[in-house]
Design a protein around this ligand. Sequence first.
Ligand code: DGY
Length: 334
Amino acid sequence: MPIPTADTTRRKVLVFRELPPDQLARLQALHDVTVANPRVPEQVAAFHAALATAEGMIGSSFKVDAALLAGAPHLKVISSVSVGVDNYALPALAERGVVLCHTPGVLTETTADTIFALIMASSRRLVELSNHVREGRWTRNIDTDLFGWDVHGKTLGILGFGRIGQAVARRAALGFGMPVLYHNRREVNVAQDAPELVGKVTSAAMDDLLQLADIIAVVLPLSDETRGLMGAREFALMKPGAIFVNGARGAIVQEPALLDALNHGGLRAAGLDVFATEPLPQDSALRTHPKVTALPHIGSATHETRYAMAQMATSNLLLALSGKQALAVFPVHK
Ligand code: DGY
């Protein structure tokens, strides 16, 4: 069979979140590019105008719902600078045959670092105690009321055992001597996917994991199945004194139930990188809660990793627009 020649047509491309200049230049060399960020009020009109003719889109952190897609009749490819695809209306993309690309792999270790940092910060009260020093309250040796809780040796429960969950497990099991329980919807072949973890991690039913783990970390994608997964029942199952960490998506957690578990239940602390509404509203009780270490969705936010994501997303878009197989296509089904 003859190899199809790559399609070199110049396409209309809409960049809806800033890209590093060299990656933008890669797109501009081959396509007609409009940069318009719909989160910037002065650029909203340009964004919608470009959407009307766009064949490719690249960006992140913006809801691309069915109504928005209706304004993009020529769209063929969306390249998301993210691994999560919960911002995209998957059924509408499937219906339209739009290819959705994303960036798994390149952010795994960085996101696992963030989640482990939240585990450490929550257990050892790092932010609270750093503020103790910063605010001039360190006037005598600290007493038991400011002591933390050991991380090493504690049982870690990981909800979601894909790439990032496994990377968190490596840090816990190999670095901190922690027994690890994991729960994953699909069976994980640990010997094949993470041989270094054989004998160090154990699959558990979700309720068992919640009841047995000292520290619970959520590393699940947001989907119809996981939205609101962590509610009052789930928090009530946790051990008194347990720690809860969310490095995935805020909407997986019912925030009122989390607050109730922190205020009236046995939850020791929570480390949160993600929230149901982002940026976290000023009046959210989670923002200033003494038991919460809150971060502004920084899972993958290092210079190196954000650059790698932008580079992969740019390659994805260029490949898909030229009719070739992109590096990572998210399967959207009808
Ligand atoms: C991702 O890649 O999904 C990160 O959470 C950034 O949105």
